[in-house]
Design a protein around this ligand. Structure first.
Ligand code: NAI
Length: 338
């Protein structure tokens, strides 16, 4: 597979959502944290997307260079770099979609919660600026711990009077991407044809792949399911350890972030049946923020889909995660209220 095929594939998937080159809508996307390990390849993938007409790259420094570099790529999106808080408003004005991979990543031995101290404040400030400059934009939060940063964003938007639960998303697509890869390898089938939901949250035991709902279907023993579940839960740590102090997943995260961003744009453009898993405000369990399949539409989330039929193994995993996930949500909300 060469990059041309990947690009063509993205274009074909996207054209159903209205290719701007063929009279589709103008869409401005901002990446906040755009000079970072995720931000740079994510910027490239957004530049390759035919659904994006304007791409704003914001970071505390380094973005003019990244933007100049990307602007030479032969696609339509107009790229601009913005550096420092003084330019944040300009980056955000007119945005349809804001993607946030700003913040510090994990080092070996760290949990996602260890990042809270630094990243909570970063997400809070960026969301304040979103409330001021593009309150109607969809917001995709990548910065960890996602289980807390999404409730933080919700609380900031509530305080600003701009909160719309249909427009706020925690990006858990990388968990889905990993589960699909591990499942396809186990079954010996091409990963492109695999679909399987991952529900719950985005940290350790709160990540729950529903292998019983995977298609194509495969008979698996409980032990095999347990092994694949744990591998999906530890997928991030696998990368952190392999990078040995040089950060966490960046390239696969950029791929996953681009998949999810494109799904959001397709929904905005009126494409039907765009369904992805995401961590959103939810009533499908008694956990107030929860990742499940959501149907995307012209106003963001059109519908949060239910969990479907769960096995005893999955029900137990759901019970086991509830306490941790609720505590992470509470931490986020209290951080903003304090
Ligand atoms: P990185 O350190 O390479 O890049 C982060 C970038 O954010 C840097 O360029 C930094 O200058 C920028 N930044 C810091 N404060 C900022 C601010 N106030 N405004 C704008 N930009 C700011 O880190 P990397 O590897 O790109 O990871 C970023 C985040 O994504 C981390 O929190 C990491 O844990 C998270 N992550 C989330 C995943 C998910 O599945 N949701 C998967 C992998 C990482």
């Amino acid at each position: 597979v060469c990059w041309r095929q990947i690009h063509r594939c993205m274009s074909q998937g996207s054209s159903r959502g209205g290719s701007p080159g063929k009279g589709g809508p103008k869409r401005k996307v901002a990446v906040l944290g755009a000079a970072g390990g995720i931000g740079q390849p994510l910027g490239l993938l957004m530049k390759l997307s035919p659904l994006v007409t304007d791409l704003a790259l914001f970071d505390i420094a380094g973005t003019p260079g990244v933007a100049c570099d990307l602007s030479h790529v032969n696609t339509q999106a107009k790229v601009e770099g913005f550096a420092g808080d003084g330019e944040l408003g300009k980056a955000l004005t007119g945005c349809d979609l804001v993607i946030i991979p700003a913040g510090v990543p994990r080092k070996p031995g760290m949990t996602r919660d260890d990042l809270f101290k630094i990243n909570a404040g970063i997400v809070k400030n960026l969301c304040k600026a979103i409330a001021e400059h593009c309150p109607k934009a969809l917001v995709n939060i990548i910065s960890n711990p996602v289980n807390s940063t999404v409730p933080i964003a919700a609380e900031v938007f509530k305080q600003a009077g701009t909160y719309d639960k249909a427009k706020l998303f925690g990006v858990t697509t990388l968990d889905v991407v990993r589960a699909r890869t591990f499942y396809a390898a186990k079954k010996g089938i091409p990963v492109e044809g695999v679909d399987l939901p991952v529900v719950g949250g985005h940290a350790g035991i709160t990540i729950l792949p529903l292998f019983s709902q995977a298609t194509p279907k495969m008979d698996m023993t409980e032990k095999e399911i347990d092994t694949l579940t744990k591998r999906t839960q530890d997928g991030g740590t696998e990368v952190v350890q392999a990078k040995a102090g040089k950060g966490s997943a960046t390239l696969s995260m950029a791929y996953a972030g681009a998949l999810f961003a494109e799904a959001c744009l397709k929904g905005l453009n009126g494409q039907k049946n765009v369904i992805e898993c995401s961590y959103v405000e939810s009533t499908i369990t008694d956990i107030p923020f929860f990742s499940s399949k959501v149907r995307l539409g012209p106003k963001g989330i059109a519908e949060v889909l239910g969990l479907g039929k769960l096995t005893a193994y999955e029900k137990k995993a759901l019970d086991d995660m509830a306490k941790e996930l609720k505590a992470s949500i509470r931490n986020g909300i209290e951080f903003v209220k304090k």
